[in-house]
Design a protein around this ligand. Structure first.
Ligand code: COA
Length: 269
């Protein structure tokens, strides 16, 4: 496998990426590795975790470790963080990106459907952040939560994700305020529509819907995973040393939550 390792920015640094076994979060994990970091990724599926470990390791930056772990299980998350610190040292970059979502109107959501997304996105982010404190590099650690435009702007069919991510926003901002004096920063990235991701697949199920969605993006294209990863690299580098508690959109200028899907009927006919 060709080595694409190309930087020393995070040489000897340690990254932990929850949900980093696929999609945007795997892209972030790879970008950390390309810059020399040792990277641990966790995800629910053991096979995907092993595959991600191999892919990150093939980059030839630092070492990689993929662990099977559900962010809904606090003890399992705490154990994964402990393993990371024991193997590589304290954690410099921590990403909470594990998410669950589907497209459903409020009247089609069961209590368990709503709770499941709150558990993965909001409780999961609490678990990852809360359990990390003892293992963070202090001062110096940078934490990132992946959020979404619907956390700030109502979007039909997304009540569960919108409520969960709104909680993630305030959890992260509060953490930035409380842990700032210890030298820990925390920020949020809200990706727009990113090509090839689950999010784009289920939020635009037909080519026509996708075309209409892209037309609403001022950049007139979907984003790329590496464009989210670049923001994560920035937020974990010294170039952003005085940036904390911020929610940054990487969405081609969409200011997402522009009434997308407002033309569809979320109520029973
Ligand atoms: N519409 C309405 N309800 C749905 C649904 C849908 N499309 N998909 C799942 N649910 C409900 C289920 O019916 C269930 O509720 P019930 O017990 O009342 O029937 C509840 O959600 C939990 O579903 P389950 O499949 O048991 O949960 P899970 O923990 O195995 O999976 C999900 C979690 C549902 C979020 C699943 O979509 C997932 O794992 N996604 C991971 C990837 C992902 O979504 N990424 C998003 C990136 S934006």
């Amino acid at each position: 496998m060709a080595k694409s390792f190309h930087g020393q920015l995070f040489s000897n640094k340690v990254a932990f990426v929850a949900g980093g076994t696929r999609g945007i979060n795997l892209g972030i994990a790879k970008a950390f590795a390309e810059n020399g970091a040792n990277v641990v990724v966790i995800g629910r599926n053991a096979e995907r975790a092993a595959r991600a470990q191999q892919e990150i390791s093939d980059i030839g930056g630092g070492q990689a470790l993929g662990l099977s772990c559900d962010v809904r299980d606090y003890d399992a998350v705490a154990a994964a963080l402990k393993t990371t610190a024991e193997k590589f040292g304290t954690i410099d970059m921590l990403v909470s990106g594990a998410a669950g979502n589907f497209f459903a109107p409020l009247v089609g959501l069961s209590p368990n459907g709503f709770k499941t997304v709150i558990d993965i996105d909001l409780i999961g982010t609490f678990n990852v952040f809360r359990a990390s404190f003892d293992y963070l590099t202090k001062p110096g650690a940078s934490l990132i939560a992946i959020t979404a435009g619907q956390s700030e702007q109502a979007m039909p069919f997304q009540a569960h994700a919108a409520a969960a991510k709104a909680g993630v926003n305030m959890l992260t901002k509060t953490l930035a305020v409380e842990w700032g004096p210890a030298g820990v920063r925390a920020n949020l990235i809200a990706p727009g529509g990113i090509e090839g991701t689950e999010g784009v697949k289920f939020l635009s199920s037909t080519p026509e819907e996708l075309e209409a969605a892209v037309k609403r993006v001022p950049a007139r294209r979907l984003g790329q995973i590496n464009e989210i990863a670049d923001m994560a690299v920035f937020l974990c580098s010294d170039a952003s040393a005085y940036v904390s508690g911020q929610l940054i959109y990487v969405d081609g200028g969409t200011l997402t939550g522009d009434g997308s899907f407002g033309c569809l009927n979320p109520l029973p006919r």
